[in-house]
Design a protein around this ligand. Sequence first.
Ligand SMILES: [Zn+2]
Length: 130
Amino acid sequence: MAILERLPTRERLLRMGIQVDSGLCVICGREMEKRNHLFLGCVYAKHLWGSIRSLCSLSRNVGSWGQELDWALSHLKGKSLIVLILKLAWSCFVYSVWEERNFRLFRGKGRLLKWFRYALEEEILARWML
Ligand SMILES: [Zn+2]
């Protein structure tokens, strides 16, 4: 859904004529909530993905959504252990950012980045064990 830009972000809802209280990102409150902002334009997500990349010993700077997606499509091929871990990390990252967005939107509060990262690591481990 994220890759196809089908997630009901606030910007997309507004474009469809659906009234929302604000079009701003519920995570940082600084910019319009669009897919590209939510996933890697938002400082929160960018920091999280950077820390995941660090855990995987990837030193390249975190790019935009398009740059990271291009990187993933060109590098995450094959069945090596690091590729499997990175695919898992990428999908958990996208899921976790969307979950955090919904948590903040519907519960009115967010998790601290360190807990967000901890939850993401737990999600990766849980999926890894399946
Ligand atoms: Zn934001």
